[in-house]
Design a protein around this ligand. Structure first.
Ligand SMILES: Cc1ncc(COP(=O)(O)O)c(C=O)c1O
Length: 371
């Protein structure tokens, strides 16, 4: 049996007619860059995130960069984040001219460990970016408390957490801003590149609106130096269609996570993902921890099961960040996780037979690889 890590075509087949109609409307109206379909999606996504404003932008990296910039982060500033994230989180900080400062993550939730936060704060610290990794929100109450005590901004990297909640509040709505990626493989994925920033801060929203459109409040009148980070009209239309399905898709992911848990329970040497009591995980990624990860991954691939690793090298050990002078051993939990985590196939169009097969082969793989 073949089990892909992700099957975007399978999902497309379930919404083909809706997508075709939505795209046709954009084509008929030639509303390609920004425009009414982006505005409509922004309205819907703001409501979904229980935020006053949602600004559609070109991708999640741009969303993070623009939010930092709009909050005034610049050279000589430090921004605290985690090393076990996609590099975009750190890139956005670097692109502002600021320095990424890392704190290690919690052993069980894989998100920022607030107990380590205070020690990383300096006079230069301007903001904190917790990452809601794999679809699970970070410990936001503790992070917000520390941030407010030190006068720091909080930007949620919610690029993997569309529809996740923390104490009932949607991911992205808790900090000063929440940044989302709609990269095609995300729980809410566009048919190309797209992203958004959500916020309840009117001033911040106004700045973001300017920045994403060359700093022009009015055509060819540029009040600040901006950039071109508008969302495409076609992506806005696709995202409006897909947003209607997101709650059901997320619920299916949660059901499949339960099934994986039941099938893999009690297996020696397999650590299952933990769900924090305060959060509702939406399983963008279902990752298990295995001491012999690479051998199991290879064994699964030989059986037609495609897995992923998110992420094999923590950001502080990436070549691009050698200049920070951070060494192996600095963030032991993130480093251990990078060596052990294996992302199993997880998407709403999987079948229970496929999940059954993956679980069975993991049992064989774990036993075989241990030998
Ligand atoms: C945690 C995290 N941050 C940022 C990004 C960047 O988003 P994008 O790929 O849309 O630029 C991603 C997406 O890959 C992500 O997973």
């Amino acid at each position: 049996m073949k089990v892909p890590f992700l099957d975007l075509q399978a999902q497309y087949q379930t919404i083909r007619a809706e997508i075709a109609a939505a795209m046709q409307r954009v084509l008929d109206d030639a509303a390609f860059a920004g425009g009414p379909y982006v505005a409509q999606f922004e309205k819907e996504f703001a409501a979904f995130c229980q935020c006053q404003y949602a600004l559609g932008v070109s991708n999640g990296t741009a969303a993070l960069w623009m939010a930092l910039r709009a909050l005034g982060v610049g050279p000589d500033d430090e921004v605290i984040t985690v090393p076990n994230t996609f590099i975009a989180t750190a890139e956005a900080i670097s692109l502002c001219g600021a320095k990424p400062v890392f704190v290690d993550v919690d052993e069980n939730t894989y998100t920022m460990n607030p107990a380590l936060l205070e020690a990383a704060i300096t006079l230069r610290t301007k903001a904190i970016i917790p990452v809601h990794l794999y679809g699970q929100t970070a410990d936001m109450d503790a992070i917000m408390l520390i941030a407010r005590a030190h006068g720091l901004f909080v930007i949620e990297d919610a690029c993997q957490a569309h529809g996740a909640t923390y104490r009932g509040r949607p991911a992205g709505s808790i900090g000063d801003a929440g940044c989302f990626s709609f990269y095609p493989g995300k729980n809410l994925g566009a048919y190309g590149e797209a992203g958004a920033v959500v916020t309840n801060n009117a001033e911040l929203a106004a700045k973001l609106k300017l920045f994403r459109d060359h700093g022009q409040p009015q055509k060819y009148h540029h009040t600040v130096i901006g950039w071109n980070d508008r969302m495409d009209g076609l992506q806005g239309a696709v995202l409006s269609v897909k947003l209607k399905h997101l709650a059901a898709w997320n619920q299916t992911r949660r059901n499949y996570a339960q099934l994986y848990r039941a099938l893999l329970a009690g297996l020696h040497n397999v650590v299952l993902p933990r769900e924090a009591i305060a959060g509702r995980h939406i399983y963008h990624i279902f990752a298990v921890r295995l001491p012999n990860r690479d051998r199991v991954m290879k064994a699964l691939a030989e059986k037609g099961i495609q897995c992923g690793v998110h992420y094999p090298i923590p950001v502080h050990l990436q070549e691009a960040y050698h200049f920070l002078g951070l060494r192996r051993g600095g963030f032991p939990i993130a480093e251990k996780h990078a060596a052990e985590l294996l992302s199993l196939p997880m998407f709403p169009e999987l079948t229970t037979a496929q999940i059954d097969y993956v679980a069975r082969e993991i049992k064989h793989g774990v036993n075989g690889a241990a030998a």
